[in-house]
Structures are given as C-alpha cells and as structure tokens.
Design a protein. Structure first.
Length: 130
C-alpha cells in the first residue's frame, strides 16, 4: 500500500521590488476563466481567473523565473531541471480552488514532480489559501 507524503517548504522568493512589479502587472493584466487549465475542468473544484499569455504574463514569468534561478534554497529543494509554464491566478470574492491533486503532466514532455504556490499578496489581506 502506498502512502502519500506531503512536504511543505516556505521560501522567500521575491524581493519587494519584484513583488511590486508583479502586483502592478496584475493590475494591468488581462484574465480569463481558469476553468480550462489543468485536466479536471470541474467547476465545483475550481473557479478562478488566470492571466492570459500576453506582455504582462511574460514579464511576470520572467520575474519569477529569475527569482527561481537565483534562489539556492529553491534549487536545493527541487533539483530543478525544467518547469512548466506558470499559471498566475486571481481570486475575486466568491472564487475558489478546493482541495485537489495536481496533474503530474502539465505540458507535453514535462512531468511535474513538484507543485509550487507563490503568494503575491500579504496573507493578512485575504482569507483562504491554506
């Protein structure tokens, strides 16, 4: 019988300057329904908005990718070789993402052994996200 082990690490990844840039890009970015990413497509599990792939998305991705590359803690924990495209989500009031399992194949030829959630807002400014 297999047992599932959940391991959680907390790493400060973004400096305040990068975080401010990303939040500004979020304000400028365009979002669409997040129901169609992943494989579940189940509205009772997920109801969020995700940034569309445009200039704002690309700038956010570059900031996060740079932070990941520079983080020795992140590199040590994940032994990162490659990663799938980032998903930048926002949750307006009433939006949610219930407990779920992430798909182990997020894009062709990319097995995802690790899932990462990067919080871009102060945890005291919202409820949920556990």
């Amino acid at each position: 019988m297999r047992s599932l082990i959940n391991m959680f690490y907390t790493i400060k990844l973004l400096n305040s300057s990068s975080l401010k840039k990303i939040n500004k890009l979020f304000d400028q970015g365009d979002f669409s329904s997040g129901l169609f990413s992943g494989t579940e497509h189940v509205p009772d599990v997920k109801n969020n908005n995700e940034m569309i792939n445009d200039n704002c998305y690309n700038e956010c991705s570059n900031l996060v990718a740079t932070a990941i590359e520079k983080s020795s803690d992140f590199q040590e924990i994940t032994i990162l070789r490659k990663c799938s495209n980032f998903i930048f989500s926002e949750y307006d009031e009433g939006k949610f993402y219930k407990e779920h399992y992430d798909d182990c194949i997020m894009s062709p030829n990319c097995r995802t052994d690790y899932s990462v959630t990067l919080f871009l807002s102060d945890k005291d400014s919202y409820d949920g996200g556990e």
